[in-house]
Write a protein that binds this ligand. Structure first.
Ligand SMILES: Cc1cc2nc3c(=O)[nH]c(=O)nc-3n(C[C@H](O)[C@H](O)[C@H](O)COP(=O)(O)O)c2cc1C
Length: 195
């Protein structure tokens, strides 16, 4: 391959608006971020998130427009709950109101459960919960990006694999469809394919 391919693909591709590029990357799970400052426990909806390092680090965008931002900054910890399809309408509603105005746990009938490593509660209705502490906040001022250390994680073993829901970035969501099992091809990464 030469450095600069000469064939043009403009008959197949059109320009994609830069402000929509996030939709191409979006389909991480839509999650609930649980925080508690000791007096007030809150929940927010988060769609911009990613794994960063196996076993230890995830990243979330939580901006100063969220009440959760203050709790995360002040306490340095949170729980990330992963909801299944049955919670999706509530998850969207939770992302449309501020914990400064309402008790979202009460309004949406969600049950706080004690974790082991952090004070923020797990969300009992989520099929998985990840207890986190802030590992690095150096990108927060410029990018609202929090690097979180995974301290403890919980899963309901009865939940079907791939139960998470994906936000497509525009208010539409997708559930996982057909499971494509390519574990046998992951020759270099065989360790990742074990249970
Ligand atoms: C589907 C969806 C995804 C969202 N993703 C994010 C996100 O990734 N980061 C963020 O800061 N806010 C996100 N929001 C907005 C917050 O959930 C919203 O500002 C919420 O009211 C914050 O709650 P709080 O003020 O109680 O913390 C999202 C909202 C929805 C509905």
């Amino acid at each position: 391959m030469t450095d600069r391919p000469t064939n043009r693909l403009t008959d197949r591709f059109t320009r994609y608006p830069l402000d929509k590029v996030h939709r191409l990357f979006e389909p991480g799970p839509v999650v609930l971020v649980s925080t508690s400052d000791g007096r007030h426990a809150n929940l927010m909806t988060n769609g911009f998130n990613m794994p960063v390092r196996h076993s230890s680090t995830i990243a979330l965008v939580v901006g100063p427009w969220d009440d959760t931002f203050t709790a995360l900054r002040d306490t340095g910890e949170c729980v990330v709950g992963i909801p299944g399809r049955e919670l999706l309408e509530k998850v969207v509603d939770i992302g449309n109101v501020s914990g400064a105005d309402v008790d979202k746990w009460e309004r949406y009938g969600l049950t706080p459960a004690p974790g082991e490593a952090v004070r923020a509660p797990l969300v009992a209705e989520c099929f998985a919960n990840v207890e986190c502490t802030v590992a690095d906040d150096r990108l927060v001022d410029d990018h609202d990006l929090w690097l979180l250390r995974i301290e403890q994680a919980w899963i309901d073993p009865a939940a079907p694999a791939g139960a998470e829901i994906h936000h497509r970035g525009d208010g539409t969501f997708s559930a996982n469809g057909e499971l494509i099992d390519l574990r046998a091809r992951m020759t270099k990464w065989e360790a990742l394919t074990r249970d």
